[in-house]
Design a protein around this ligand. Structure first.
Ligand SMILES: Cc1cc2nc3c(=O)[nH]c(=O)nc-3n(C[C@H](O)[C@H](O)[C@H](O)COP(=O)(O)OP(=O)(O)OC[C@H]3O[C@@H](n4cnc5c(N)ncnc54)[C@H](O)[C@@H]3O)c2cc1C
Length: 275
């Protein structure tokens, strides 16, 4: 997300709309390795990764994550800037208040019990919307790779950016080697980097999943759907001293409370076309 250079060389606009950006916040929480292995059933080099929707973000678009490291866990949130702007008023809760809220969920609270927070960090991150990519990834004497070129995507299963950063870096390095052989670092010579990038999985993914990026950043996906699923789950797993309703009745109760079958059908159709 560091666009100082891209702005300086005229490849990025001075103003990048926050609508297509998110803020990631992360705590590193240290544990004794033995505690970590027992708590998360880890062995040797194995690890665990969890993603969270719904409660985690307290009504803001985005999600939560928790993954284990060798002797710590990383716990954090990725929150859409547009949604934060709309839903968090000045002097209202701050982003770390939402992280604190997330940490109070019984599941998370138990996972982090006894750990020591040793690091807190925040970072602006692209949602993967190509509208915030620089106008070009090359200019006279300049190549833009990785996150500086907004080569990053949140298509639902994960935030993906490290592989794109590595691969675009390799392609940029190859273009530099060729330019050095020719003794020509002009934009015309460095253009081969753009061509290689377009041919690679990086731009193919960015283009193929644009609809998915737009679909996944809709309000219904981070609000209505998790609430509906949790409502249904709560009814389904609750046992009371009274006749248990049929599962279909529980489902329609949840659907009516949070949405409608028509809205769900439309959403499903949109999802099927975009994913
Ligand atoms: C919360 C969050 C979760 C993520 N999760 C995942 C994930 O699960 N999987 C995944 O693949 N990707 C994930 N990503 C994305 C991934 O971290 C990035 O796509 C990747 O790190 C980009 O690599 P990069 O080398 O382009 O940039 P960076 O990793 O940001 O490296 C740039 C480096 O340049 C340094 N720097 C900046 N300015 C200067 C300067 N002027 N002089 C010298 N040095 C400078 C910075 O300090 C930094 O070390 C996540 C990102 C966030 C924010």
């Amino acid at each position: 997300m560091n666009n100082l250079l891209t702005r300086q060389v005229g490849l990025q606009d001075a103003y990048v709309p926050a609508d297509y950006l998110a803020t990631g916040v992360k705590e590193i929480i240290r544990f004794d390795r033995k505690v970590l292995e027992d708590r998360f059933q880890l062995d040797g080099l194995s690890g665990l990764s969890n993603e969270f929707l719904g409660f985690a973000t307290d009504g803001i678009e985005g999600g939560g994550f928790l993954y284990t490291n060798r002797d710590s866990i990383s716990l954090g949130l990725v929150l859409g800037m547009k949604s934060m702007r709309e839903k968090m008023k000045p002097n209202d809760r701050k982003i770390y208040d939402i992280l604190t809220h997330f940490k109070q969920h019984p599941t998370v609270k138990d996972m982090i019990r006894g750990g020591e927070v040793v690091e807190y960090s925040g970072h602006a991150v692209s949602t993967g919307d190509m509208r915030v990519m620089p106008k070009e990834v090359y200019a006279d004497g300049v190549l833009i790779a990785g996150e500086a070129a907004n080569l990053l995507m949140n298509s639902g299963k994960a935030i993906q950016g490290m592989d794109y950063a590595l691969h675009s870096g390799v392609l940029a390095a190859e273009a530099v080697i060729d330019a050095k052989k020719k003794g020509d670092f002009s934009a015309a010579s460095l253009k081969q980097y753009r061509e290689a990038l377009e041919e690679s999985f990086v731009m193919k993914d960015m283009r193929n999943f644009q609809k998915a990026v737009h679909f996944l950043h809709s309000e219904q996906l981070f609000g209505m759907v998790p609430n509906l699923v949790c409502d249904f789950g709560r009814q389904f797993f609750t046992i009371e001293n009274k006749p248990t309703p049929k599962t279909s009745k529980m489902l329609s109760n949840a659907v009516k409370r949070h949405s409608s079958y028509t809205e769900l059908l439309k959403l499903g159709f949109k999802g099927a076309r975009s994913l």
